[in-house]
Structure formats: C-alpha cells, structure tokens
Design a protein around this ligand. Sequence first.
Ligand SMILES: Nc1ncnc2c1ncn2[C@@H]1O[C@H](COP(=O)(O)OP(=O)(O)OP(=O)(O)O)[C@@H](O)[C@H]1O
Ligand SMILES: [Mg+2]
Length: 335
Amino acid sequence: MLKRTLGMTHQFSNIIGRSESMLGVFKMIETVARTNSTILLTGESGTGKGLVAQAVHFHSLRRDKPMVSLNCGALPENLLESELFGHMRGAFTGADSNKKGLLEVAERGTVFLDEIGEMSGVMQVKLLRVLQERRFRRVGGLEEVQADIRVIAATNQDLTRLVAEGRFREDLFYRINVIPISLPPLRERREDIPRLVEHFIRRFARECRRDVRGVSVGALDALTRYGWPGNVRELENVIYRAVVLAREPVVHLQDVPLDVAMPETVSLLSQDALPLREACDQFERQYVLRTLERAHWNVSRAGRVLGVHRNTVLAKLAAWGIHRPGGMEGKSATQ
Ligand SMILES: Nc1ncnc2c1ncn2[C@@H]1O[C@H](COP(=O)(O)OP(=O)(O)OP(=O)(O)O)[C@@H](O)[C@H]1O
Ligand SMILES: [Mg+2]
C-alpha cells in the first residue's frame, strides 16, 4: 500500500499535493486514465484542471497521440465550429483551403474542451452529436469523418445549475459527466501550501536565475493562512513575484503582497464582522512576525522595537505555536 502511494505521487510529480483530497484526485486519474471514458473536471479557477487534463492524457494509452485543447469560451460560435470540425474550401468567406479541425488533429488522441459551460446552445447540440455517434462533418463538408477521440471537459461553473437554468443541455451534461473529478479549492487543502511554495520557489529560482532557496516562517505562516481566491495560480504568481523581489536567499513577508501578507489588516479595515479583541489579536500576530523578520529573528532587538521584553515576544510566539528559526535568519520550506 505504501509502495503504491509512493509510486502514485512520483507518477504525478508535476502535480503537487499530499492532502487527502488531492490523493483522491491522483487515485481517480490513475483509475480512469487508461480507459476511454469522458471526464468532466470541475473546480474553481486556478485549481489545476488544465494540469490534471494533461496528466490524464499522458497516463493514457493515447499518450503518443496528440492532445489538443480548445477554450470554448474564447471564440465566437462560427469560429469555434470550424476550429473543432474543420472546414472545406469555400465553406465560408475566407475558407480558401480545406482545413482539418481539432477533432481530426486529435485523432486517436485526446480533446480537452476547456470552459465547456461557455459553449453556445447550437454548439452544444453539435458536440452532443459527436459524442453520441463518434462521427462528424467538416463545415461545408458532406462526408462523415470518424472521430476516435477521448474527451476531457472542464469548467469552473456549476453545470447542474446551468442545466437547471436552461443554459446547458441536460443530455450533453449526462454525456460528459461520466467520470466527474472535482478539484478542491486551495483554501480547503492548506496542508498542500508549504510544498507548493517550495515547488514554485525552486522552479522560479531556476527559471529566473535567482539564488532563492526558502521562505521565512512569517511568510509561510501568512501564505498558509491566506484565502487564495485565485487558488494555485494566484499562489504561483505571488511566489514568482516574491522570488524576483527577494533581496536575500529567503522569501520574507515583505516580498509578499500586502493583501496576502496581512489580509486581516487589509480586510479588517473594510469589514466590520470581527470583534475588536479578535481584530487586535490578528493584527498583533502579523505585526510581531514582521518586526521579528526585520530584526532577523533577534528577539531582543524585536522586543526593543516593539517596546516589550524579549520574554513577552517569546511567550507570544509560543502561544501562536510559531517556532523561531533556530539561530538562522529564515527557514526553508523543506520539511
Ligand atoms: N497541484 C498543483 N501543483 C503544481 N502546480 C499547480 C497545481 N495546481 C495548479 N498548478 C499550476 O497553477 C496554474 C493554474 O492551473 P490550471 O491552469 O491547471 O488551473 P485551471 O483549473 O485550469 O484554471 P482555469 O479555470 O482558470 O483555467 C498552472 O500554472 C498550474 O501549473
Ligand atoms: Mg484552465
């Protein structure tokens, strides 16, 4: 069992996550990748749907064939149609040659239909037909073309709601909702954050040729507590910026945008939902951590800045369960 788990995490080495929910996702990918089942990936923006779609393709028997992606929300209906199905010469103004659509390009491979919830009603009907009959016609074409494709669809919308509202066809929904895989928002798997931070620091340090190797306790604390409405993509951007800005080999709180570093402070000023005591506690925690970082974790010096005895600072850290990096300036995110 252990061996199996290790094998699995190794297999999806570019998808970081050890939380229970992500292990569930890995297991699901492993189970369904080698089948031809249609997969529906759901999850908020930035949760990794694109990454999972790739993982499915590269763990499938179709991995040597192409995977083509199409963002169904990005194109007007007629363009989407000719992108997907291809067209014959003369089918419309500007169609000066025959062109293969993505369904043909992806023959024996995988088609990734991103933002499927954005597809127009007319396109939904056309797609349904392909999924039912595994055949289609190019725009302006008479001949039926066979489509041996595996479809992976993704959406950050609630398709059942769209169906209830009459904006998404129920029959198409059932066709694509064969194997649903839902990607949990980052705020519901905070235990994955330290590893993601480490992963992105390593990657951007290499890509940007920066000597950045870790993250300070205070910064990691803030990164772990923030709500991440933009999920992993937002975290990725924040770490990229931090790696570029960092003046030392360790990412500090001041390298992190203020609304991430002190969301309590920023949102506290615009909200009024918290009792004063709690608001003060949250502010105090962030402020003390920031001062400590500025003082390179010299507790006596931070105490002097804050106007309290060093024992008071230590007592607060103990109460918050924060361990002071032992004599070092920062602590690597490596666990
Ligand atoms: N678990 C993860 N491990 C490593 N990187 C991740 C993970 N999840 C997401 N990412 C990265 O975060 C970014 C966003 O992921 P992705 O594009 O797959 O999200 P998405 O769910 O498709 O978002 P959208 O709905 O906005 O298209 C990508 O750069 C991806 O590589
Ligand atoms: Mg995406």
